[in-house]
Design a protein around this ligand. Structure first.
Ligand code: FUL
Length: 513
């Protein structure tokens, strides 16, 4: 860890100090005072050497909020609006608030469903493209205040934000920039309206962890009765830098999602799949919201000057909103596990959508799938067969140690010497073990470095390649055939700076996967 020493390092220095005192005492020269003096000098030297011990960070590193965000791994989306009652995916904007009439709405049930799936945060569509607001906005009557829900006294943004806080979940908000209801959409006054709504949401509902800006923008709509097609200039209409500055002013620790970040980026598809190569480095200037090269979003940019984490959004059903006709198309636990490997296992987060139904509940089938999904992950990743292995490396930087990759502490790491261009990390598992899942993590607070690596196992008297991949980042998961071996090694073949690894895991997948 930067600037901190492990206990054994301090103990070693205490020990040296005692030995020194012993020597001095033997020749009768020194008693207590010099021992204290020597101890202080050694402790001081220790502090300095530990400060100096860490590898220099890359020029592009995450913020503490981005690191915390990525550790959540799985987060949930709640898509809810009049669409649940019209059976549409995109409301036209002419829907009457009268139709929004959930009979048993229970935000606590949404939270329980999210927790059943291992989610650590929920993001609510406070307003989707149809313009209907799930909170009683002062700036429109097209809201829940004019719906039968709680006789117009309800506020789903408040109810869910409070339920999340009670359960220890973070809370985020989606506010569709495209508004097919508003008469001024595509004209300057709408921007004032949009920012007023942002201000309401970001001031009245406690801590907002993530603000989600959708890239879908412009097209047909009701637009206050105009019933026409309206387009906008995606690069200039919203003046995003000003809007984002407002968001950060109101919520200093919020992470902003959009195609262009600035903190979290769309992964370039709505199937929940990050690139096999996935850098958190990115160049925001190459992307406009709603107008981005999807491949660039998917893989990031090894030379990008900004740290922008990839987020993989996908729905548990074919649609983003609830449709009874899709009750038999809920993703299976196995499909969700696949998505976990292809998102979290590729250095991104998984944003999984759960659409409440007309009752206002997450459907039983969705909950069942979430529960089984989490049970599989828990079983697969329960026992790390690499924990406590004996680790060796062709080189090691200063106070880092290969032992730190198997100490189950993601905050400690091993790093190679800078002149060891292709370091090898070898694990002696202390006897034969059988595994088929590999996990590798980089200490991303120092940047993302590794660009190519292979994994080999010692089988039948020789090393055999069992996996190969490019980037690692926060977490890389690889699936292999079952491998039985007592020795595994990671060969790093390419990196943009001194390679470092914080964790290695070997697991045997749940038979249910
Ligand atoms: C898209 C929207 O058009 C969909 O309805 C959904 O909200 C998805 C997350 O983003 O751009």
């Amino acid at each position: 860890m930067p600037g901190t020493c492990r206990h054994w390092q301090l103990a070693r220095h205490f020990e040296s100090a005692r030995q020194l005192q012993g020597k001095f005492n033997t020749i009768g020269v020194i008693t207590k005072m010099p021992f204290l003096y020597i101890l202080c000098v050694l402790l001081f030297a220790t502090t300095i050497s530990c400060e100096a011990a860490d590898i220099p960070p890359n020029p592009v590193v995450p913020s503490p909020q981005q690191i915390e965000y990525q550790k959540m791994e799985i987060i949930g989306f709640i898509h809810y609006t009049v669409n649940a009652f019209t059976d549409k995916e995109w409301g036209y904007g002419s829907e009457s608030p009268e139709i929004f009439a959930p009979s048993e709405l229970d935000v606590e049930q949404w939270v329980r469903a999210a927790q059943a799936g291992g989610m650590k945060q929920l993001i609510l569509t406070a307003k989707h493209h149809d313009g209907f607001c799930l909170w009683p906005s002062d700036f429109t009557d097209h809201s829940i205040a004019n719906s039968p829900y709680k006789n117009g006294e309800g506020d789903i943004v408040r109810e869910l934000s409070e339920a999340c806080a009670r359960a220890g979940l973070k809370f985020g908000v989606y506010l569709s920039p495209w508004d097919r209801h508003h008469a001024d959409y595509a004209r300057p006054p709408y921007i004032t309206y949009y920012r007023n709504q942002l201000r309401e949401l970001l001031t009245n509902y406690g801590v907002i962890a993530e603000m989600w800006f959708d890239g879908a923008n412009g097209g047909d709509g009701w637009y206050g009765g105009a019933n026409e097609r309206r387009t906008i200039d995606r690069k200039t209409y919203y003046d995003w830098p000003v809007t984002w500055a407002l968001v950060k002013e109101l919520q200093p620790n919020v992470l902003i999602f959009s195609d262009a970040g600035p903190d979290i980026r769309w992964i370039g598809n709505e199937r929940g799949i990050a690139g096999e190569t996935c850098w958190s480095m990115f160049d925001r200037s190459k992307v406009a919201v709603g107008d981005a090269d999807q491949r660039y979003l998917n893989t990031g940019d090894p030379h990008g000057p900004h740290w922008v984490v990839g987020e993989c959004d996908v729905s548990i059903r074919p649609g983003w909103f609830y449709h009874a006709a899709e009750d038999d198309q809920v993703k299976t636990p196995q499909q969700l596990v696949d998505l976990y490997y292809q998102s979290v296992g590729r250095n991104a987060t998984l944003l999984l959508n759960l659409p409440p139904d007309r009752r206002g509940l997450i459907h039983e089938r969705d909950v069942e799938s979430l529960r089984a999904f989490k049970a599989i992950l828990d079983e697969t990743f329960k026992i790390n067969l690499a924990a406590g292995a004996t680790a060796q490396s062709t080189s090691q930087w200063s106070f880092t140690s290969p032992a730190y990759v198997v100490d189950e502490d993601a905050d400690s790491h091993w790093a190679a010497e800078p002149d060891d261009a292709k370091p090898i990390l070898t694990l002696d598992l202390g006897g034969e073990k059988t595994f088929d899942r590999l996990m590798i993590q980089e200490p991303i607070r120092l940047g993302q470095r590794i660009a190519q690596f292979t994994v080999e196992a010692y089988i039948d008297g020789g090393w055999q390649e069992i996996a190969a991949a490019t980037t690692i980042g926060y977490k890389r998961l690889l699936r292999t055939q079952p491998i039985t071996t007592a020795h595994v090694r990671i060969k790093i073949l390419d990196a943009n700076n001194t390679p470092a690894i914080s964790n290695i895991g070997l697991f045997k997948a749940s038979p249910l996967e």
